[in-house]
Design a protein around this ligand. Structure first.
Ligand SMILES: [Zn+2]
Ligand SMILES: [Zn+2]
Length: 123
């Protein structure tokens, strides 16, 4: 691929904003991206800014999922434990088993939250 401005020179990078191939003389670095010198610098800077903000949002969402998962599993263990004890000692076996089932469901959704949190971070 040749430079957009110098057809005889091999391009070394592509502008993050307009996608043009550029040679060493035509390119400048903005943050983690490359940009046309004197043309796309502010655009690339705002693209970088946006990407950075997206990443922070993902991390925040992921943290929320982690905490929901932890809370759900803690509650689930308590409820399931209560259901187990009730099933052994109370006369209302059906009711106790339902309680146990709710606990298990809460634990399962807690693990679902963990999976969601991991998926967000992998994006
Ligand atoms: Zn450009
Ligand atoms: Zn050039």
């Amino acid at each position: 691929m040749r430079c957009f401005n110098h057809s005889e020179i091999e391009a070394v990078a592509v502008c993050k904003s307009c996608g043009r191939a550029l040679c060493h003389d035509c390119i400048t670095e903005v943050g983690l991206g490359c940009s046309c010198k004197g043309r796309c610098e502010s655009d690339v800077a705002s693209i970088n800014d946006l990407a950075e903000r997206n990443r922070t949002v993902y991390q925040k969402n992921s943290a929320i999922y982690w905490w929901s998962g932890i809370v759900l599993i803690s509650f689930g263990v308590l409820i399931a434990g209560y259901g187990t004890v009730a099933a052994m000692f109370s006369k209302d076996l059906a009711g106790s088993l339902w309680t146990l089932l709710y606990g298990v469901l809460a634990i399962a959704s807690g693990f679902g939250c963990f999976v969601a949190a991991r998926r967000i971070l992998q994006k």
